[in-house]
Design a protein around this ligand. Structure first.
Ligand SMILES: Cc1cc2nc3c(=O)[nH]c(=O)nc-3n(C[C@H](O)[C@H](O)[C@H](O)COP(=O)(O)OP(=O)(O)OC[C@H]3O[C@@H](n4cnc5c(N)ncnc54)[C@H](O)[C@@H]3O)c2cc1C
Length: 402
């Protein structure tokens, strides 16, 4: 039986909503107002420097890392207040934030698994947006099958005799590595170890000779992600999070911190995209096509269902929550991109006549980038395997099938 869930907010939560809403109204003006709607998945290049400045302004006013405990520089907001923060941020169409990986994934991981020295060294600069982070998990043969990581690291004496990790290997699809100062790397530190044994979670500076970052050009013409090559790259011996050889637990802990609070707020961005598409359909007459009308209305309903399901998950739903939410929003967004191409019609085949082949309009970019939604953050098939094996208790896929 599905339990009823109370989704109403307390008076205290509503007061908090008024506070963040008021702050955004007051500050998202003048030059900052021009940044509204910029950035986001597949569009990180948009006004990056200006968005970085905006993020530092947020930090000055205590609006970064809002879910971190106060003793680590956060606001210690409850889960629901974090939802409210992200909702109001999306509602204001404020520019996409630049340090998702540092703020929402690495920070909580350091708070849970890091040493006091690591916390003191890294957390303040994540909070003030002085240092941006990239995620070095995936490799050419380790994506869904992450335990196949082959990048290696060994301890050696550094130039001044101090012990250092020396790293060799390759990561791929490393989002924003070209904009970041640091990367957290899952590397094999026990020679001959297999699968999830013998891995370590290392914090590695990107600006050094042993690191080469090569951009990968995407379908959209942007290069949001990269190949990252480590050739004798170095990091200090004490920049391992958790015990050496126990990095898998830290790496999985980090993924567990992605509770979907900020992604939930993206459903508001999606609602805005859908409303904009309806406006286009009214404008160009596509709305008269009953099949397109049906699909537009269908997406409206589906989005409400996805949002309700996600809220239920956050209020203590079962283990199926994150996978159902990921499957839901990713496929919804992909469907929106496909529908957008049908609504704009033949115009969707043409890029603008500025001389660059990738001068795409918002609908073309949405259509092309949303193809990635069902891949990153755990592909559709991986989510279905989780639901089959861990939630429904179906037989595990045979070994060797991967
Ligand atoms: C936009 C974008 C940004 C990314 N950013 C980062 C980043 O910053 N850092 C990082 O480390 N990685 C990043 N990734 C990588 C992402 O995590 C991987 O693409 C993802 O884990 C899938 O791995 P893969 O690409 O190697 O595909 P594969 O794992 O090789 O999968 C290929 C296909 O096989 C299917 N498949 C795989 N295993 C199974 C199975 N057991 N059963 C059924 N089907 C299966 C998959 O669903 C997929 O359809 C990013 C990816 C994208 C698209």
């Amino acid at each position: 039986m599905v339990a009823n869930v109370d989704l109403s907010y307390s008076a205290e939560d509503e007061a908090f909503r008024a506070e963040i809403r008021g702050w955004l109204e007051q500050h998202l003006t003048g030059r900052w107002a021009e940044l509204r709607g910029l950035g986001g998945a597949g569009r990180d290049h948009e006004a990056f420097e200006e968005r970085l400045e905006w993020n530092r302004l947020l930090a000055e006013h205590g609006w970064t890392c809002v879910g971190w405990p106060e003793e680590h520089g956060g606001r210690g907001l409850s889960l629901w207040q974090q939802v409210i923060f992200h909702e109001e941020y999306a509602r204001a169409d404020a520019p996409a934030r630049v340090n998702h990986l540092g703020e929402e994934l690495l920070g909580p991981t350091l708070i849970a698994f890091g040493t006091a020295e690591q916390q003191a060294r890294f957390l303040p600069r994540i909070r003030t947006v002085e240092e941006l982070w990239a995620q070095g998990y995936s490799e050419p043969n380790a994506g869904s099958d992450l335990a196949n990581v082959q990048t290696k690291a060994r301890l050696e004496a550094g130039p001044e005799g101090q012990s250092e990790w020396v790293i060799d290997g390759q990561k791929v699809w490393t989002s924003n590595a070209h904009l970041s100062q640091w990367v957290f790397v899952l590397a094999r530190t026990e020679p001959g170890s297999q699968r999830h044994h013998g891995l370590s979670f290392l914090l590695v500076p990107l600006e050094q000779d042993g690191v080469e970052i090569r951009p990968i050009e995407q379908l959209t013409g942007g290069s949001e992600f990269n190949e990252v090559f480590f050739t004798g790259a170095r990091t200090a011996a004490d920049l391992v999070v958790g015990e050496p050889g126990q990095g898998w637990a830290v790496a999985m802990g980090l993924l567990g911190f992605e509770r979907g609070v900020s992604t939930l707020a993206h459903t508001l961005d999606y609602a805005r995209e859908l409303a904009d598409l309806v406006a286009v359909a009214k404008d160009n007459g596509a709305i008269d096509d009953p099949l397109l009308r049906d699909r537009l209305a269908g997406l409206k309903v589906e989005l409400e269902v996805i949002r309700a399901q996600a809220l239920r998950g956050l209020s203590g739903g079962g283990p199926e929550g994150p996978s159902i939410f990921k499957l839901g929003w990713a496929n919804w967004h992909k469907s929106l991109g496909e529908l957008a191409m049908d609504v704009v019609g033949p115009a969707g085949l043409l890029t603008r006549a500025s001389g660059t082949p990738y001068d795409l309009d918002e609908w073309q970019r949405l259509f092309l980038f949303s193809r990635a939604d069902t891949i990153y953050g755990g592909s559709d098939e991986v989510q279905k395997n989780i639901l089959a094996e861990r939630v429904l208790g179906l037989p595990r896929e045979p070994k060797g099938a991967r």
